[in-house]
Design a protein around this ligand. Structure first.
Ligand code: CA
Ligand code: CA
Length: 494
């Protein structure tokens, strides 16, 4: 059988969405010693992804080919329930960044030339544009004592104003004691406007090199980095050049986190929708803007097993048109649902044709749905993006069955690494790239969900979801395009 697999591999090219030759395998039973037996028979290495899901990552030295054929060959191991590629998942980057890449590259080249001329020191100009702005993995700071006073940038947060966040802060505990897991590129856990709202694993003694709470992770204080497997899920942010040329991370997870839960009345910066929430930082997407499905599953399991009530997923992947291929990720989200977790998913920035004025494709019907947004699970709540004029964002996906609500997602001001705030990623004079995306709309809803949940911690995920729907405000631009026919609003919250 191994031989026939090998022959198949030679005749088929590896799909571009597959990470080398990494596969996710769901086994029927994982009796002690089964790994050795599997490897003896099939080769490669096995790494545990989810004990509860009986899921392993199989890295094979064979360049395995078409998954369909692999599946047809399933009889090669009766213990295998399902085998899928470890697909790449990506942050939903600001669409204008993608659109303007060519222009930006040109502008950056001119800028670099200028710098070189002025400084006559090509090395320093080179390193300025080429190096990462902040060193990776700073020590995790403790909460700090902060001043009291209004937040100077709140008046620029149109999204907060539009959904009457201030009203909700007065009427509710603002997400107190609710843990929101940010599964993303990491979080600047030391950011002045986030440091006091980071989740702290109180059962873990920081820095003693032991897994005190026996959850499988040593010194996991604010979360975990599943991309590189360490306890510092820092939001490593690439240089401007790398962001432009390679689509890298401009501080995505930190921006998402600020929308959810930046501190209120600390006399600095902005405010999140749930300013008393606890943010659990779960990094599985790297500074290059993508991560593996195996690592996403680990992050989802961690969130559900360590007290998160809400998971924010401002990322996704495109299916090849076969839903079944994403079944193992779907099961992880379902597993979290059984533990009471609400899963907030970005609808995706998929609209293909900006020139034609197309405004998103319907992910209900599209042959290439975005996952996890399109999973039909009770605990998945999918979000489209609107602008400050209540228009559906030109890039935003919608779906009158699969997308629940619209929320602010164009030119959003929030936190970025290094105690900074941005509503604009790149400003090169004539070329302006703002923080846009269903990536930004989703954490508005995650924060709103935390705020609602904190009014009654006994609510079930489905009660919170219903409340979000009931409170939404009818909005013409999304009428018939999202299930609620409206946009996020907390105005009616009591
Ligand atoms: Ca631990
Ligand atoms: Ca603040």
């Amino acid at each position: 059988m191994i031989k026939s697999l090998f022959v198949l591999a030679l005749t088929l090219s590896t799909s571009s969405v597959v990470f080398g030759s990494e596969y996710l395998i769901k086994f029927q039973s994982v009796e002690p010693g089964f790994e050795n037996a599997f490897i003896a028979r099939n080769g490669g290495t096995l790494e545990l992804v989810s004990r509860e899901g009986s899921v392993y990552k199989w890295t094979t030295s064979k360049s395995a080919g078409s998954l369909k054929l692999l599946r047809a060959e399933k009889s090669w191991n009766k213990n295998v329930v399902r085998i899928e590629p470890n697909k790449k998942l990506k942050i939903f980057l600001s669409p204008s960044l993608e659109e303007k890449r060519a222009e930006l590259t040109e502008a950056l080249a001119i800028l670099k030339k200028k710098e070189k001329k002025e400084e006559k020191d090509s090395d320093s100009a080179e390193s300025k544009a080429g190096s990462t702005p902040y060193p990776d993995n700073p020590e995790i700071k403790n909460p700090t004592k902060q001043e009291t006073g209004s937040d100077p940038l709140l008046s620029n947060q149109w999204g907060m104003l539009a959904v009457d966040a201030a009203g909700a802060w007065k009427k509710t505990p603002g997400g107190k004691d609710i843990v929101v897991a940010v599964t993303d590129t990491g979080v600047d856990y030391n950011h002045q406007d986030l440091v006091n709202n980071m989740w702290r694993n109180t059962k873990e003694i920081p820095g003693d090199g032991k897994d005190n709470d026996n959850n499988g992770y040593v010194d996991d204080v604010v979360g975990w980095d599943f991309a590189v497997d360490d306890n510092k899920p820092y939001d490593l942010t690439l240089s401007l050049m790398d962001i432009i040329l390679q689509g890298g991370n401009p501080g995505h997870g930190t921006h998402v986190s600020g929308c959810i839960g930046a501190s209120l009345n600390n006399k600095m910066g902005i405010v999140g929708l749930a300013p008393n929430v606890k943010i659990m930082a779960l990094r599985f997407i790297t500074e290059k803007g993508q991560g593996g499905t195996a690592e996403a599953i680990k992050a989802i399991d961690y969130a559900a097993n360590n007290g998160a009530k809400i998971i924010n997923a401002s990322w996704g992947g495109e299916s090849d048109g076969e839903q079944e291929e994403d079944q193992i990720l779907k099961e992880a989200i379902e597993r979290a649902g059984k533990k009471g977790v609400l899963f907030l998913a970005a609808a995706g920035n998929g609209r293909a044709n900006a020139q034609g004025g197309a405004a998103g494709f319907d992910i209900d019907n599209d042959p290439k749905p975005v996952y996890p947004a399109a999973y039909q699970l009770e605990n998945v709540f999918t979000v489209a993006a609107i602008d400050s004029e209540n228009n559906l964002a030109t890039f935003s996906n919608w779906g009158n069955k699969s997308v629940k609500i619209a929320a602010p997602g164009v030119k959003i001001l929030s936190t970025v690494p290094g105690d900074k705030y941005q509503d604009t990623i790149i400003n090169l004079g004539s070329i302006n790239v703002t923080w846009d995306g269903t990536s930004m709309a989703t954490p508005h809803v995650a924060g709103a969900a935390a705020t609602i949940w904190s009014t009654d911690p006994n609510m079930l995920a489905r009660d919170v979801a219903k409340k979000l729907m009931d409170l939404s405000t009818a909005t013409d631009a999304v009428n018939g395009k999202v299930v609620s026919n409206g946009r996020l609003d907390l105005h009616g919250l009591k």
